[in-house]
Design a protein around this ligand. Structure first.
Ligand SMILES: Nc1ncnc2c1ncn2[C@@H]1O[C@H](COP(=O)(O)OP(=O)(O)O)[C@@H](O)[C@H]1O
Ligand SMILES: O=C(O)C1=C[C@@H](OP(=O)(O)O)[C@@H](O)[C@H](O)C1
Ligand SMILES: [Mg+2]
Length: 172
């Protein structure tokens, strides 16, 4: 079985995916970390040196390498389901479940403000109000992809452990 964690930057895909894998005794792969390992360069540097289109191309290639793995939790990047045919590949892949970690714009801004420098798409935004405006527009474009997921978990007001518990309860 494979679980794909989907959602906007800051929704908790990386941290929740890791914990879910631990509980299930599954392998854990964070697609961004996988890309960094394979390319030997940070995500920020890939964007800076090669641009977003190049990133989307390799993101799609590495994502396809992971499909079909056994007993694995994969935390995707926030943009992964929104480019190419990635979301369809998840939905069509056998023995797989997509999980959308949903959070309000306010929650995402609070979680991302301190760590936006790691994320090239938002690193340049200076104030919380700029971040709020950007995320509002961006989520409007992306939500139709995220919403196709098999399971939707609302994470507002929940601590990491509470999100994991809620997810495990929904799964079993
Ligand atoms: N439910 C939560 N409550 C509080 N902080 C959270 C929660 N989920 C994630 N975080 C924090 O938000 C930040 C972004 O989480 P991360 O897992 O990297 O998100 P993503 O991979 O979706 O971008 C991290 O600092 C993480 O610890
Ligand atoms: O939303 C996006 O397009 C991106 C999200 C990031 O992953 P996280 O969602 O784990 O931050 C990373 O893949 C890259 O910076 C682009
Ligand atoms: Mg992540």
């Amino acid at each position: 079985m494979m679980f794909f964690l989907v959602g906007y930057m800051g929704s908790g895909k990386s941290v929740i995916g890791n914990k879910l894998a631990e509980i299930l005794k599954y392998d854990f792969i964070d697609l961004d970390e996988y890309i960094v390992q394979k390319e030997g360069i940070t995500i920020k540097k890939i964007f800076d040196k090669k641009g977003e289109i190049y990133f989307r191309k390799i993101e799609n290639l590495y994502f396809k390498e992971l499909i079909g793995s056994k007993n694995t939790v994969v935390s995707l990047g926030g943009g992964t389901p929104c480019y190419g045919n990635n979301m369809n590949l998840i939905l069509e892949s056998e023995n797989s479940l997509s999980i959308y970690l949903k959070a309000s714009i306010g929650t995402l801004v609070d979680r991302l403000y301190e760590e936006k420098s790691k994320r090239p798409l938002i690193a340049h935004l200076e104030s919380k109000s700029q971040l709020t405006e950007f995320i509002g527009k961006h989520i409007f474009e992306r939500a139709p992809f995220y919403e196709q997921s098999s399971l939707i978990i609302k994470t507002d007001g929940l601590m990491v452990k509470e999100v994991v518990d809620k997810l495990v309860l929904k799964l079993f």
